[in-house]
Design a protein. Structure first.
Length: 76
């Protein structure tokens, strides 16, 4: 359930960059850096972690939009 939160942090950071460049960049970079550090630790090196990190942000994280839509829909 953390995926939508991290994806939202990235979006909020990118939106904030024109108004507060330093704060926006930090907020946008935090989930990117945190996931890269986590994967590097988990897989034991940057060589194995980087392709998984890129796949996560390019392929898997946009899936969180569907998760959020599903959570916000009314059950009928």
């Amino acid at each position: 359930m953390l995926i939508p939160v991290l994806a939202l942090m990235l979006l909020v950071g990118l939106i904030a960059i024109p108004f507060a460049p330093t704060l926006g960049a930090v907020v946008a970079a935090a989930p990117l850096a945190a996931t890269l550090l986590y994967l590097t630790h988990t897989f034991g090196g940057i060589g194995k972690a980087l392709p998984r990190w890129a796949a996560r942000w390019i392929l898997i994280w946009p899936y969180s939009v569907g998760i959020v839509k599903g959570l916000l829909q009314r059950i009928t």
